[in-house]
Design a protein around this ligand. Structure first.
Ligand code: PRP
Ligand code: URA
Length: 209
């Protein structure tokens, strides 16, 4: 079974607290999405393998470590995941980026895919799927299924806020995918929104409501 890692770092908790406030501006909210994504990515990349190489400092020859093996690819689920990807690219500027466009049908809560573009060599990369909200799990489950249809295997999922229902559904659907979560909330309401949550992440990032 996959790992579920809920962040306990004070900086992450503090920043997510600001994001939850309804008075937080679009500009500040957007910046916080990128910042918290970067902090979660720091933890999610903890187990990347390292190799050694010889270099020369201005004074002596020495051995340093570098990230070995697989290259990375970030896959934001549009729209809201896009700003998480921007934050993570600050840490890993050489990562490639794939995009999956997905929205929830507001009545059925079923995910509807409208776009998918992935790097050609995605199957050879370590993949980080990012979306701020894991609610019912429908969107992330469908996005990851899409990746697996393309023979992509090494997948991690990063979100800012999760509902227990979504985590359980995602784990059951994709038991091989580790899940990194900024904050675990209480439950979903009758409209599939996370409580206490932060509202509609896409609308708050782009100011569309
Ligand atoms: C939000 C969010 C996730 C999805 C989570 O996207 O960014 O993709 O809902 O819900 P789920 O776990 O129940 O599938 P939304 O459908 O609002 O689209 P948007 O990003 O374009 O606003
Ligand atoms: N999507 C969001 O943006 N927010 C929620 O609370 C649930 C799904």
């Amino acid at each position: 079974m996959s790992k579920v890692i809920v962040m306990d770092h004070p900086l992450i908790q503090h920043k997510i607290g600001i994001m939850r406030e309804k008075t937080t501006s679009t500009k500040e909210f957007r910046n916080l999405v990128a910042e918290v994504a970067m902090l979660i990515c720091y933890e999610a990349t903890r187990e990347l393998p390292l190799s050694e190489k010889e270099i020369e400092t201005p004074l002596v020859r020495t051995t340093v470590k570098e990230i070995a093996g697989k290259k990375l690819c970030i896959v934001p689920i549009l729209r809201a995941g896009l700003h998480m990807a921007d934050g993570i690219l600050n840490l890993i500027p050489s990562a490639k980026v794939g995009h999956i466009g997905m929205y929830r049908n507001e009545e059925t809560l079923e995910p509807v895919e409208y776009f998918c573009k992935l790097p050609q060599d995605a199957a050879e990369r370590e993949i980080f799927v990012v979306d701020p909200m894991l609610a019912t799990g429908g969107s992330s489950i469908a996005a990851i299924r899409r990746l697996k249809d393309r023979d992509i295997k090494h997948i991690h999922f990063l979100c800012l806020i999760a509902a227990p229902e979504g985590v359980q559904a995602l784990q059951e659907a994709h038991p091989d995918v580790d899940i990194f979560i900024g904050a675990m909330d209480e439950r979903l309401n009758e409209h599939g929104y996370i409580l206490p949550g932060l509202g509609d992440a896409g609308d708050r990032i782009y100011g569309t409501k």
